[in-house]
Design a protein around this ligand. Structure first.
Ligand code: SF4
Ligand code: SF4
Length: 79
C-alpha cells in the first residue's frame, strides 16, 4: 500500500510532509511533491499534517484525482 499526493499540492509545495516522513520517500518535483510507492510504509503521518489535504491512501483517492496515482509512480520510474 502507498499514499498518493494529489492536485492540491500543485503550487503549494510547502514541503511539510517531507519533514515528517520516517522513510524519506517524499521527493520534490517542479510543480509538486511525489511519494515513492515502493518506499512508502503507509504510516499516514504525512496525510495528517498536509495543510491542503493533498495526501490520501491509494484506495481512498477520489475518482477525479486517480490520475495522480500514476503521476506519483511515474516520477520515480524516470529516475
Ligand atoms: S504515509 Fe508515511 S511513509 Fe508514506 S509518504 Fe507518508 S509519511 Fe512517508
Ligand atoms: S504537505 Fe501537502 S502541500 Fe505540502 S508539500 Fe506535502 S503534499 Fe504538498
Amino acid at each position: 500500500m502507498t499514499y498518493v499526493i494529489m492536485s492540491p499540492c500543485v503550487g503549494i509545495k510547502d514541503g511539510a510532509c517531507v519533514d515528517v516522513c520516517p522513510v524519506d520517500c517524499i521527493h520534490e518535483g517542479e510543480t509538486m511533491f511525489y511519494i515513492d510507492p515502493v518506499e512508502c510504509i503507509a504510516c499516514g503521518i504525512c496525510e495528517s499534517i498536509c495543510p491542503v489535504d493533498a495526501i490520501r491512501p491509494l484506495e481512498e483517492v477520489p475518482d477525479d484525482e486517480k490520475s495522480y496515482i500514476a503521476i506519483n509512480a511515474a516520477f520515480f520510474a524516470k529516475k
